[in-house]
Design a protein around this ligand. Sequence first.
Ligand code: PGA
Length: 251
Amino acid sequence: MTRKKIVAGNWKMNGSLASNEQLLEGIIAKIESSSDSLVIVSSPSPYLGQVSELVKNTTVSLAAQNVSQHSSGAYTGEVSLDMLKEFSVEYVLVGHSERRTYYSETDSIVADKVKAVLESGMKPILCIGETLEERQAEQTLNVCVKQIDAVLNTVDVSNFENVVIAYEPVWAIGTGLSATAQQAQDVHEFIRKHIATYNANVAEKVQILYGGSVKANNSEELFSMADIDGALVGGASLIVDEFVGIIKAAG
Ligand code: PGA
């Protein structure tokens, strides 16, 4: 089956009113309206209103980088699902390794967030992946299973038609050291087969992105792999020509 490719930019804690506008105008001017892939940008919370206006009536969709699992109330510093929806946010990154590592997001918090995002009608981009130590200890597949199963213990597998998975080996994020296309494909294929043990039909449909030092010059090979359905892009999503190059490679 052919799955639509997704190229999602994760701006992380970067940007300003001026640079966001420049970046988006550059991207929008250069992407082909005939492109079959879905382009998403994930902006920091304070800029969602601005970015939402800039992508209105374009083919670019908007994502948030995080959300609270709680609906409202005394959670100082947090952002709610309803707030995101007011700015036409369609996707939310959940469980990025930087959130897991620096902000102690456990598998159980990640599962609660995925559930809350789905219930709100938005789509989670569920990030999973192993650290270098885990890869060296040959725990890569076990880590991916543990992180996915935590979510599948909380939401029914049928929901995964609306979940995008991003496999991001932590050792490849921001290091310039991408996984090889074959290394990524091996894990993606394994993830799809694992989901198939719950529901084969859903497993065929679920979009699995690769993330970790994706650039214009390595994206084509990654996208040629059978189970790689796109990319979650950090650093290169802040550079017009790099991000557009990745979008073009996705077709
Ligand atoms: P990177 O980040 O492309 O800069 O490695 C990817 C990510 O963290 O999503």
